[in-house]
Design a protein around this ligand. Structure first.
Ligand SMILES: N=c1c2ncn([C@@H]3O[C@H](COP(=O)(O)OP(=O)(O)OP(=O)(O)O)[C@@H](O)[C@H]3O)c2ncn1[C@@H]1O[C@H](COP(=O)(O)O)[C@@H](O)[C@H]1O
Length: 110
C-alpha cells in the first residue's frame, strides 16, 4: 500500500453515501471536522512516540496519514502537490534550507 493507493481509494469512497463510508461521512461534515480529526490523531501519535509505545505509534501513524489525505481532499489540494514539494526539497539538506530561510529579511526566524 502506498499513499497514492490509499488516496485513489479515498477518491472512490468520497463518492459513496455518508452512511456507507467513514471518508464520505467525514468529508460531508466539512474541512473543520476533518482538520480536527487530523489534530486528534497527530496528538495521539505524539503521545505514542514520547511513551515509546511502538505498536501504538504504528497505528496512530496510519491514522495520521489517512486523516491527512482526507484533509487534503477536503481542501482540494492534490497529494501530487505535496509530493512535488517534498521532491523539490531533496535538492538540499533540511539544515541548509533552514539556514537559507533564517537569513531572508522580513521573515520570521525559528
Ligand atoms: N485508513 C483508513 C482509516 N484509518 C482510520 N480510519 C477511521 O478513522 C476513525 C477514527 O477513529 P475515531 O474513534 O476518532 O472515530 P469516531 O469515533 O468516528 O470520531 P468522530 O467522527 O465521532 O469524532 C475510525 O472510525 C477509523 O475507522 C480509517 N477509515 C478508513 N481508512 C481507509 O479508507 C478506506 C475507505 O474507508 P470508508 O470510507 O469507510 O469506506 C478504508 O478501506 C481504509 O483503507
Amino acid at each position: 500500500m502506498t499513499l497514492d493507493d490509499l488516496d485513489a481509494r479515498l477518491a472512490l469512497r468520497a463518492a459513496a453515501a455518508p452512511e456507507d463510508s467513514y471518508t464520505a461521512k467525514l468529508l460531508s461534515r466539512g474541512i473543520e471536522k476533518c482538520a480536527q480529526k487530523l489534530g486528534e490523531e497527530a496528538t495521539e501519535a505524539v503521545i505514542a512516540a514520547v511513551t515509546a509505545n511502538k505498536p501504538e505509534l504504528v497505528k496512530e501513524s496510519a491514522d495520521v496519514l489517512y486523516h491527512l489525505l482526507v484533509v487534503l481532499r477536503a481542501a482540494g489540494v492534490p497529494l501530487a502537490d505535496v509530493m512535488a514539494e517534498l521532491d523539490a526539497r531533496t535538492a538540499q539538506s533540511g539544515l541548509a534550507e533552514k539556514a537559507a530561510r533564517q537569513y531572508q529579511p522580513g521573515q520570521d526566524q525559528g
